[in-house]
Ligand binder design. Sequence first.
Ligand code: IPM
Ligand code: MN
Length: 358
Amino acid sequence: MKKNIAILPGDGIGPEVTAQALNVLKAVEKRFGHHFNYTYADVGAIAIEKHGDPLPEATLATCKNSDAILFGAIGHPKYDNDPTAKIRPEQGLLRLRKSLGLFANIRPVTAFPKLLHLSPLKEEKVRGVDFVIFRELTGGIYFGKKGKTESEAYDHCTYSRPEIERIAHLAFQEARKRRGKLTLVDKANVLETSRLWRKVVTEMHTSEYPDIEFDWLYVDNAAMQLIQWPARFDVVLTENMFGDILSDEASVLTGSMGMLPSASVGADTALFEPIHGSYPQAAGKDIANPMAAILSAAMLLDSFDLNEEASVVREAVQMVMEAGFGTEDLQAERVCKCSEIGGKVVELVEKIEVEVAV
Ligand code: IPM
Ligand code: MN
């Protein structure tokens, strides 16, 4: 198979973890006889520095001409405490999502047996946790009308029926492939937009997905239940802002944020990225956990329907962890550098066999 992949390493630890994911993709190419053509492009703080723009035209063009995007991380401390900054690295990611129509952010949260003891929850609560969050990504308060005067500011939250329907379809279909449960998270006791979400998703359930077990939770209650009974969730569907907050909450349940990948999908080119940020304190030290980036590469392979290849990568990650290897954040029995962990995954990807469901 021939594919074009855009590589956007970004800031902080982004380049280090992306390099490991790339090595894994190269090992997949070699073993399975594929040809991936990689084009690098700048995004985030590094792009502001080099081009004065967190998403230069050339980067957007590269992304549009690619079959998939592998993204590292963005963000730099120098912008974080400056409310007057006009240009911010995050704008690059938001514009990229909007320009590519990446309306659904998919974040699987899976407990790794080896990491249960790292969870802030008791082991018995987190054992078996396996759910996926579908977060709407190009609407709501993030992209509504904004304004400010000296003494007032506002951010509008707007949703339309088609915006809700397209992601709800994806979430219901995923529930069908999994345990058949979908939970809508909203704030319908207060917000008009949430009442529209509730109405539209309930109608879709009745008319098109009656086989799915459907329930809903107010977002405050959902925040509580994620801690109290995380194993109750299968597919969680929610709007942009609630999804942003809940997915960070969910990411720590399973022990380390450094393990969790994500996919952002839309009509066309999809983007794959670890859910962690740029972690500037660790940048350049070769200590970051590359597993989330590597597992994001596995999701990218799935998007090409290369399911055996993706399974080999996931299995290799499991085996490295089961053998007790891990980066600092995992407090592993055998602490390794970011590049060493990547190297171990590559070695296994070159040779292990997996069973693939047909
Ligand atoms: C995320 C991040 C972004 C968001 C930031 C960097 C704009 O937190 O991908 O979850 O809020 O969507
Ligand atoms: Mn976030």
